[in-house]
Design a protein around this ligand. Sequence first.
Ligand SMILES: NC(=O)c1ccc[n+]([C@@H]2O[C@H](COP(=O)([O-])OP(=O)(O)OC[C@H]3O[C@@H](n4cnc5c(N)ncnc54)[C@H](OP(=O)(O)O)[C@@H]3O)[C@@H](O)[C@H]2O)c1
Length: 374
Amino acid sequence: MALRRLCERVLGPSGLGVEPDTRGFFVRLQGRALASSAAARGRCEALVYHQHGEPLRVIQLETLKSPQLRDSDIRAQMLAAPINPSDINMVQGTYPILPDLPAVGGNEGVGQVLDVGSKVTHLKPGDWVIPSDTGLGTWRTEAVGDMNGFIKVPNNIPLLCAATLGVNPCTAYRMLCDFETLKPGDSVIQNAANSGVGQAAIQIAKARGLKTINVIRQRPDLQQLTDSLMSLGADYVITEEALRKPEMKELFKKVPRPRLALNGVGGRSATEILRHLEKGGTIVTYGGMAKQPVTVPVSALIFNNVKIRGFWVTQWKRDQGHDLLQEMISELCDFIQAGMLMAPVCTKIKFQDYQTALEAAATPFISSKQILIM
Ligand SMILES: NC(=O)c1ccc[n+]([C@@H]2O[C@H](COP(=O)([O-])OP(=O)(O)OC[C@H]3O[C@@H](n4cnc5c(N)ncnc54)[C@H](OP(=O)(O)O)[C@@H]3O)[C@@H](O)[C@H]2O)c1
């Protein structure tokens, strides 16, 4: 329901305002024919889906008419927006919260403010903003919405950092802070270490003096990926297969057993990382890329008393509100400005070439976040 309310606030009651809408919110014009001239103010191009399904099949580029600006609204030109796994799940219709259809894809990205309504005092044209909640539909060239739906970020940080700041670094930050009290020298183990969340976790952990044990899948370019994660600040990079080998004992002579495990995969990978937890440690599940349930060995519960937890950044943002989110974003931006937090490895793709980006986003072992550049 909350997502529906947000979509209504941003897009009008029918998601895209295709139906007559008293505010004149995003009225759909026509398909690709108008797309190239849509840069003109008052219109925008958007990646729209009218039904759930595989993104390549159901998403199309359409031209929408922008709504009138209300007193508390801002209008932003979208600059860049990533394709995250949850965006794909939302289009597929498998995500726990779904917008009404038709809808515009994408939940994360950065925009530059073009206009503000008369009641907006803390934002001005030229400022950069990111959405404060899920559901904006960021795969569009222009967005209009209530000022409270956006968080200001400095416009001197790298574009790709701003475009990918609101979801994965926030998730990594919260998981490293909110579940175990960790001190410098303590260690954290995580799977999907090359994911957007994983890369952010490596860097935030490093900034806090924590050691990371990073698990990735076996692949042809293993050494290259290992080097890349080490250059971000990873202390150890191992494959899922290595997790099951006796050599792990040698590793724990060099680094303390982790009190915290971050699980973005599920299935066997999750079981294997939680086996290495310190007694009483916590495994936090935030993703399920393997689409397999998490199986917890009885011995881990009885003899190691591990805690099994989950985390969802969307819920955190809704529960904690704008001020705490702004505080965390400011701290993450300080990390970025200090050179301690970089964007994940990215591939920039022209917005109009969205099909190439969607295809790449669905390719395993690609190790690169697809970013639509508007
Ligand atoms: N709970 C939350 O609040 C929250 C927030 C952000 C993200 N997430 C979730 O976290 C996960 C990662 O998101 P992201 O944006 O960081 O991802 P990403 O940058 O797109 O990376 C995807 C990761 O998943 C791995 N992967 C893909 N298929 C896999 C499989 N079958 N088995 C094992 N690993 C697999 C990839 O490894 P390879 O390179 O080996 O393919 C890569 O490490 C997603 O499930 C996402 O929905 C949750």
